[in-house]
Design a binder for this molecule. Structure first.
Ligand code: URP
Ligand code: ZN
Ligand code: ZN
Length: 459
């Protein structure tokens, strides 16, 4: 063996057992006791998880007059420090652009910079005949097996129902997965303009311009369009109980509807928008934070499998110089917050320690399901013979305060600053190489490989 990880407790979505892990040429080649290798890493007393997979990031995203603060290098290094070894970002088709051009732009941004393995979804903005009849199929051939449609952000990313429906029909033919940002963009647009005209300009009006009903309506509509097209659908960053109810109803009827939530919706609430001194701007994102009463249903959704994935929607903007673009008008606050580094520890601390689900379910939510649903399995998302040796050694006793000083994301604040989690990665490995040790990145920028994804697992 090149490397052996000894004495750890291996956790997969379905099993918990003690064994050594033998690694050769970056792959797991043995799972047994008493293995020996050129290098030994002792995981005594710790868990060994498959590396986290975050299928919802926005590194270096040009958005709302600025660019998200983490590029592919800083963002992927932070991800690795937090126990994530693979991310899937979004290449977004600009006006007049082909899907291929969008992908090429994002490939260039990531190339030579990404420190961990990565893939792309492509977001369709303009459903031309070329996109429908040629490009989607060509992209699937190139390993882009999921496409995203925005039902919100009128005037920029938002598409109409015809575009969404055509994408669903085509995706069904190609075995690809359609993802939706589900909020009714027309309703939001009306409310945003109304509130601005009335002089209601503070961060709280962002939330009041994005009511939960507008999310539930769009989720319900997307589900019906997917049913008509006879294809699965995946709802990104689901934030509210009413929207979850739509997902649950459809799943109870046997429709393949999948959904993700993010730590911010599980842990924060609308109250954050009323923090003094424009602090609320840090939490401006779409969908917005919801009333606290939504949190428990979301946790239950993760436990019961009505929600299958925890992503981050990592899209950080500095408080000074970016968020403050909207100090006189909430609609100018760039939407998004950091999270790629904190997802794994937060889900362990609040999900497992607080008793919402088992450590196996935690692995399923942050690694195995993302791999399965986005065509990365069996190479990623589990610890098994033949899989990539993407491993996280996790000390369930280690306490870390999620303050800016302890984190690596390229942003001037931490929304989780006041939280100390119990349970933290102490070593991250990608394809058999140590890339993070004791909280410090020791890998190489640019060492991440582009992953050509296969069709999502049958759902
Ligand atoms: O506020 C958010 N979510 N910003 C990132 C873009 C998106 O909608 O996913
Ligand atoms: Zn979105
Ligand atoms: Zn997003």
């Amino acid at each position: 063996m090149d490397t052996v990880v000894t004495n750890g407790t291996i956790i997969t979505a379905t099993e918990t057992y003690r064994a050594d892990i033998g690694i050769e040429n970056g792959k797991i080649t043995a799972l047994a006791r008493g293995l020996e290798g050129a290098e030994t890493i002792d995981a005594e007393g710790n868990y060994v998880f498959p590396g986290g997979i975050d299928i919802h990031t926005h590194f270096e995203l040009p958005f709302m007059g600025t660019v998200s603060a983490d590029d592919f290098e800083t963002g992927s290094i932070a991800a690795a420090c937090g126990g994530t070894t693979t991310f899937v970002d979004f290449a977004i088709q600009g006006e007049g652009e082909s899907l291929h051009q969008a992908l090429q732009t994002w490939m260039e941004r990531a190339s030579g910079k990404a420190a961990i393995d990565y893939g792309f979804h492509v977001a369709i903005g303009d459903m031309t005949d070329e996109v429908m009849n040629k490009e989607m199929a060509e992209l699937v051939e190139q390993g882009i097996t999921s496409f995203k449609l925005f039902m919100a952000y009128k005037g920029t990313f938002m598409v109409d129902d015809e575009t969404l429906f055509k994408s669903l029909i085509k995706a069904n033919e190609l075995g690809a997965l359609i993802m939706v940002h589900a909020e009714n963009g027309d309703v939001l647009n009306y409310l945003i303009n109304k509130h601005i005209a009335e002089g209601k300009l503070e961060p709280i009006w962002h939330a009041r311009s994005h009511p939960p009903e507008a999310e539930a309506e769009a989720v319900g509509r997307a589900i019906i369009l997917a049913r008509l097209a006879g294809t699965p659908i995946y709802v990104v960053h689901l934030s509210a109980a009413d929207a979850l109810e739509k997902v649950k109803e459809a799943r109870d009827q046997g429709q393949p509807v999948l959904a993700e939530t993010c730590p911010q919706y599980l842990l924060f609430s609308t109250q954050h928008y009323e923090l003094p001194g424009f602090e609320g701007a840090k939490y401006v994102m779409s969908p917005p934070l919801r009333d606290k009463s939504n949190q428990e249903p979301l946790w239950q959704g993760l436990a019961s499998d009505d929600l299958q994935v925890v992503g981050t929607d990592h899209c950080p903007f500095n408080f000074v110089g970016q968020k403050d673009m909207g100090k006189d008008d909430f609609s100018k606050i760039p939407n998004g917050m950091p999270g790629v580094e904190t997802r794994v520890p937060l889900m362990y601390h609040f999900g497992v320690n607080e008793g919402w689900f088992s450590v196996n379910r935690f692995v399923e939510l942050v690694s195995t399901n993302p791999a399965r649903l986005f065509g990365l399995a069996p190479q990623k998302g589990t610890i098994s013979i033949g899989a990539d040796a993407d491993l996280v050694i996790f000390d369930s006793e280690k306490e870390v305060r999620l303050s800016v000083e302890n984190l690596h994301m390229n942003v001037d604040h931490s929304p989780y600053d006041h939280i100390t989690v119990k349970g933290y990665p102490v070593l991250t490995m990608q394809r058999g190489r140590i890339i993070v040790k004791d909280g410090e990145f020791v890998g190489d920028a640019g060492a991440g490989q582009f992953l050509r994804r296969s069709s999502p697992a049958s759902i």
